[in-house]
Design a protein around this ligand. Structure first.
Ligand SMILES: *Cc1c(COP(=O)(O)O)cnc(C)c1O
Length: 359
């Protein structure tokens, strides 16, 4: 069967060349006579994989030396608790921006551990924009300031980071990881689940400034203490070995294509094709504030739920799958992460034009 164009928000498409490479190495990884799925994480051959992935992360993202790259499990959602447990350790206060469902979940989790202030929310606008922020509302002695940088469900993103001064900025980048260059030095902590743009599910990557480590609350579960993981090269226990291997292959793929600058151009091109079409369409509409539009998750609706459902059904039949919007917002969403080729978006737009003509 031909491969479909998969617009899933996550787990999502992986580059075909990466899948082919993984398939070729499946039974015998580099002459080891075993699959990466089977090997000991304490073996020399696996160490090359995990350290290689870590070093490539540093290289591809240009991560400064005073940051640690940690591989962990439990998904981004586990970090909603790990963040306050590790960093809510001075004043016990933190500021959160509510720009969607994931930041709201993270906020609720954090309120179990300290005094958490909402410094901006776009809930009233159905999260169709990034909230306006006023620096005067920020807590000067907060232990950290939290944002979700790209809102997967609503299709919005921060195009400018809040100026938090000396307060470390913590960002959930699950759905925009590795999609464009980032100035890591502007953040205290960057983290994301890998299954959107980095690797298969099972791996969560945390990038943390070293001086923020070592002050986790005493009741923090050992496995959630970032220092434990950092001190043990992410191998305090068995890491998600295969996802880390896939992550390494994806990083090599990005590097070979010209790095994050090239990814950015590739992604900008794709989202412009889609947004331009939607803006000129009489049937489809993007419900998001223009200046806050995501590059990775493009949401769109027609005038009725029936027509939306018909679109999703017809698109699926034509080989464009997982276009149904998140259950909490309805409509459609095309997630166009790094691995989605330009051709996939061009074909989708052709299909949308045809659908508009016929309906
Ligand atoms: C998908 C997603 C999450 C949740 O990730 P899990 O790995 O399923 O816990 C959190 N934040 C953002 C921005 C996401 O896109």
């Amino acid at each position: 069967m031909a491969r479909v164009y998969n617009f899933s928000a996550g787990p999502s498409m992986l580059p075909e060349s990466v899948l082919n490479r993984a398939a070729a190495e499946m039974l015998d990884y580099k002459g080891s006579g075993q699959s990466v799925l089977e090997m000991s994480h304490r073996s020399k051959v696996y160490e090359e994989i995990i350290f290689g992935a870590r070093d490539l992360f540093k290289e591809v993202m240009g991560i400064p030396d005073n940051y640690k790259v940690i591989f962990c499990q439990g998904g981004a959602s586990t970090q909603f608790a790990a963040i306050p447990l590790n960093f809510l350790n001075g004043s016990g206060k933190a500021d959160y921006v509510l720009s969607g469902q994931f930041s709201t979940k993270a906020y609720k989790e954090a309120t179990k551990y300290g005094e958490i202030k909402v410094v901006g929310s776009s809930k009233e606008q159905n999260f169709s924009c990034i909230p306006e922020l006023n620096k005067a509302d920020f807590t000067p002695d907060a232990d950290y300031f939290y944002i979700c940088q790209n809102n997967t469900i609503y299709g919005t993103r921060f195009t400018e980071l809040p100026d938090t001064g000396n307060v470390p900025l913590v960002a959930d980048v699950s759905s925009c990881f590795l999609s464009e260059p980032m100035d890591v030095s502007k953040y205290g902590v960057i983290y994301g689940g890998a299954q959107k743009n980095v690797a298969p599910a099972g791996l969560t990557v945390v990038i943390v400034r070293e001086d923020l480590l070592g002050n986790a609350r005493d009741y923090t579960p050992t496995m959630l203490d970032y220092k434990t993981l950092a001190d043990n090269d992410s191998m305090y226990n068995t890491p998600p070995c295969y996802s880390i291997y896939m992550c390494k292959l994806v990083l090599e793929w990005i590097k070979n294509l010209g790095g994050l600058e090239a990814m950015k151009l590739h992604n900008e091109k794709k989202c412009s094709i889609l947004y331009d079409f939607i803006d000129n369409s009489k049937m489809f509409n993007n419900p998001v504030k223009k200046s806050d539009r995501s590059m990775m998750n493009v949401t769109f609706v027609t005038e009725s739920d029936e027509l939306n459902a018909k679109f999703v059904k017809d698109a699926t039949a034509a080989g464009f799958v997982n276009l149904k919007g998140h259950r909490s917002v309805g409509g459609m969403r095309a997630s166009i992460y790094n691995a989605m080729p330009i051709e996939g978006v061009e074909k989708l737009v052709e299909f949308m034009a045809e659908f508009e003509k016929n309906n």
